[in-house]
Design a protein around this ligand. Sequence first.
Ligand code: MSP
Length: 514
Amino acid sequence: MTKKQNKFYLTTAISYPNGEPHIGHAYEAIITDTVARFNRLIDKDVFFLTGTDEHGIKMLQTAKKQNLEAKDLANKNAPLFIDMLSKINSTHDDFIRTTEDRHRDACIEIWNRMYENGDIYKDKYAGWYSVRDEAYYEEKELTKDDNEFLSPQGTPVTWVEEESYFFRLSNYQEKLLEYYKKHPEFILPATRKNEVTKFVESGLKDLSISRTTFDWGIKVPNDESHVMYVWVDALTNYLTGANFPHPDYTDKWPANFHIIGKDILRFHAVYWPAFLMSANIELPKIVFAHGFLFNKGVKMSKSLGNVVSPTELINKYGRDQIRYFFLREVSLGNDGSYDDDSITRRVNADLANDLGNLIQRSCSMVAKNCNNIIPTPSTNKTRDDILIDTEITNLSYKILDYLEHIEINKILNDIWEQISALNKYFSDQKPWELRKNNTERMNTVLYTTIENIRKIAIMLQPVIPDSSEKILNLLGVDLNKRKFNDINNKDSVIQSNTIGVLSPIFPKIEISDE
Ligand code: MSP
C-alpha cells in the first residue's frame, strides 16, 4: 500500500464558540475520536482535525450582548472546547480556529479559484436569513409561527437586502446529482442521501457568499467592503487543516470522512462539493451525518434549563462510561436520548456486570488456583473451546467491515454478544468445579476465557481507551502487542503471563434514592 493510500484524514464540524460546549459537541468528538482510534489500531496514517468556527454574525451578536468584541468572545470560549476535548480523551492531531492566519490564506485561495473559474459575480441579495443557522432560506422552505417566519430548523429568520457576491450554485445542480449517483457512499447514512438528492433536484439557486453589513469575517479579495459568508470560511477549514494552499495538502486531502450533525448536511453535501468542483479540488470521500441528542427526549436549550455540560456527565460517570454510553445507546445516524437512568442501566449491565464481572471471576480464579499465572491450555480443545475462539476471531473481521461505514453501534452490539457468549461459556464449563478433579481442563477453560478477554480488550480500545488499557495491563499484554493485527496473531497470546493486581475496572454506579 502506498503512503497516500494508507492516509486517513477525518474531521468533525467546527463548533461556534458563542457559548460553552454542550453534549452535542462532545458526542460528535467522541464518535470522531473513536473512528480515529480504530483506524490507528489498523495502522492507518490518521490525521484528525477539529476546531472552532469563530466568524459570522452569530458570534458578533452574542459578543455584543456580553459587551465583548467578537474576537474576545472567541478567545474566551475556544479554550473551553479544547478543555472539553481533553475531558473526553480526544486524540485530535490539530485544532483549528478560523481566526488564524493560516486559515485566511486558504479562504482567499479557494475564493480566487472559484472567481477565476467564472463562478462568482456581484449582485444584490434580497431574502431570508437565519442568524442562528447562519443560513439563507427560500420562502417556500419557511413556516409561520405567531407572525414570525421560521426556518426548517425552527429558528427565526429575518429579511436581508444588501449587495453581495454570488456563487453560481445553479450551475452545479446536474454535476452534483451525477456525482451522488456515481459515488453512492458520498453521503451516509443512505437515508440522508435521499433527502439531499431531493433538495438538489428541486432546483438550486445561486448562493449569496458575502456580507457587507458587518465586518467580522475574512475580507473578500480586492473588495474590502465585503466579508466572506461564514460558511465559505468555515467549510474551508478542512483544507486549511491539510495545509492548503501549500502543494503538499494532497498528502492528506481529500478527507476520508467529514463527521457532522444532520442539521448541517446541506452545507457539507451540496455547497461544499460545489465549491470544491469550482476550485478544481478533489471532493471528500464520505460525509457522515449523525443524529441529534436530546435530554430525556427533549431538545436541550438554555431557556428550558436542561443543558447538561459534558464535563458534568464525565465527572459523574467517568469518561469511558460516557463514551461507551453514547456510542452504544444511540444508533449512529439516528437521534438519541440520555438521562441518568439509562446511563446507569447501561454502565451497570454492560460494563460492570457483563464485562467487569467476567474479568473479575476469571482472573481471581487464576490468582487463587494458578499462582497468579495465566495457565497453559491443553492441546485437547473441546468443541466449546473451539466455537468461542472461532466466533471471537470472526468478530474481529466483521468489525473491519463495519468500520468502512462507521457502524460503531453494530460493532459494540456484536462485541457484547460475544461477551455474553463468553460469560455463558465460563458458566457452562464451571471451572470452579473442575478445580476439584480436573485441573488440566480448568486450566484450558481459564486460558480460553482470558485469551478471549484479551482479544475483546484490544477491540474495545478505541471506545473505552482507559479501561481497555487497564485490562490489557492486568493481563500483562506487551505494549507492542495491542494492535488489531495482534488479535489473531499466534505470537501475541498470553499464556504464562502474570496477572496484575485485581481491582474493579468498572465500578458499579450506586443508584441513589433521590
Ligand atoms: N459552525 C458550524 C459548523 C461548521 S463546519 C464547517 C456549526 N456549529 S455548531 O456549534 O452549531 O455545531 C457543531 C456540531 O455539533 C454540528 O455538527 C452539529 O450538528 C452538532 N450538534 C449541535 N447540537 C447537537 C445535538 N444536540 N446533538 C448532536 N449534535 C449536535 O454548526
